[in-house]
Design a protein around this ligand. Structure first.
Ligand SMILES: *Cc1c(COP(=O)(O)O)cnc(C)c1O
Length: 401
């Protein structure tokens, strides 16, 4: 590949709100990635839980190519066949009655939060507007969603912020029961906190939130942008917890690498959005919907069972590495969303470790400064996992040497 463009061009031409790796990926297939110099990496990050079926998945590619010759965009004065099929499939495979499509996780959460406010105001008038969210949660980067997210460092500089948003400690049902009232409009929660450290909810916590929302007529929103689309071994994580939300948001893996977001909800809530109350130009476009249809068609029981198998394999290998090198104090998560918390000696070194890992030829993620995070393709071959762990061990050996 021509080195006409290089990493310095990022600093020269792009707004510096990211700090990308020194190498530039140019090609990928399955769970392997190649950079400009032809160096090969095993991908244990999956584009941050997005490339759910691996890179250049032939089924997704064929579906997209066929649709490219048919219809790209028509605008929301018309509906289209791929989006109708996608909505039908999501309704049939979940708690939901209706779906709204957009282009990202933030937009899906923005829609969910706006819907909850409007639903409450339609039914109960003004004053029922308080949103309960959780510390360390991540819900996106629009002004509303970043304010609802539980990391003030991401929102503080954008004040004045949307009002009536409360942050409580995660997995602390008592704190929620003390805060919730007739004024509460919604609770929004990630079934497993992703960006904020890969922290699974206690089943009793989600059950308790469900009961409190029922008692106070508040909307229960599950943000499954990261945990959805098969990531935890069921189509959505709530299906393993056995607790149904009123609204659920999905994005990331749903498009397998093509941008799409979705907000799933029940009829009573859906009715609060009438023509003109909310919208989007690109949401539900035929290209994105076509790819998502192909993703969902591949997320069958066999594939989901494979996710559980891979989870056990990775957790065992991480456990063994943790013992051998004394690097991990906790290994947690579900399916192929796995966090390994660094032990006290190596606290703060997650980024250093992923940099070393990339040098050794394996791409991994962090979830905060102390947690190594893995979110590979749901179909990553065991041979690739084996190679990833050989390389990861070399990185850990270098860190701890
Ligand atoms: C990534 C993420 C978002 C934001 O999604 P974008 O597509 O980046 O807007 C929201 N919620 C959770 C839980 C996420 O992991």
């Amino acid at each position: 590949m021509s080195a006409r463009l290089n990493r310095d061009d990022f600093d020269k031409y792009m707004v510096p709100c990211f700090s990308p790796a020194p190498f530039i990926p140019v090609k990928a297939s399955g769970s392997r990635v190649w950079d400009q110099q032809g160096k090969e990496y095993v991908d244990m990050a999956g584009g941050i839980a997005v490339n759910a079926l691996g890179h250049a998945n032939p089924h997704l590619g064929e579906a997209l190519k066929a649709q490219i010759d048919r219809l790209w965009h028509i605008g929301n004065g018309y509906t289209n066949e791929p989006v109708l099929e996608l909505a039908k499939t999501l309704v049939e495979r979940t708690f939901a009655d209706k779906v709204f499509f957009c282009n990202s996780g933030a937009e899906a959460n923005e829609a969910a939060l706006k819907l909850a406010r409007k639903y409450a105001s339609d039914r109960h008038g003004k004053g029922k507007s308080e949103i309960i969210a959780f510390q360390n949660a991540f819900h996106g980067r629009t002004l509303f969603t970043v304010t609802v997210g539980g990391q003030p460092k991401y929102s503080a500089d954008y004040a004045p912020l949307p009002a009536d948003i409360i942050h409580l400690p995660y997995n602390d049902l008592k704190a929620v029961s003390e805060q919730i009232s007739e004024r509460t409009c919604a609770i929004i929660v990630e079934p497993i906190i992703g960006e904020g450290g890969v922290r699974p909810a206690d089943p009793a916590f989600l059950q308790g939130l469900r009961q409190l929302c029922d008692r106070y007529q508040a909307t229960l929103i599950f943000d499954e942008v990261q945990t959805g689309a098969g990531r935890t071994g069921s189509l959505y994580a709530y299906q393993q917890y056995g607790v149904e939300p009123d609204t659920l948001t999905s994005a990331k893996g749903l498009g397998g690498g093509f941008p799409i977001g979705a907000m799933l909800t029940r009829n009573a809530w859906a009715d609060a959005f009438q023509p003109g109350t909310h919208g989007t130009t690109f949401g539900g476009n035929p290209l994105a919907a076509t790819v998502a249809n192909s993703v969902l068609a591949q997320l069958d029981n066999a594939l989901l069972q494979g996710v559980a198998e891979r989870h056990r394999w990775i957790a065992a290998r991480l456990g063994a590495l943790g013992e051998k090198y004394g690097v991990f104090s906790d290994i947690r998560g579900a399916g192929l969303l796995i966090g390994a918390e660094l032990s006290s000696t190596w606290r703060g070194k997650a980024k250093t470790l992923t940099n070393l890992a990339a040098e050794e030829g394996v791409i991994a993620l962090i979830a905060g400064p102390d947690v190594l995070r893995f979110a590979p393709a749901l179909n990553i071959p065991f041979g690739d996992l084996e190679e990833a762990f050989v390389r990861l061990e070399r990185a850990i050996a270098r860190l701890t040497r």
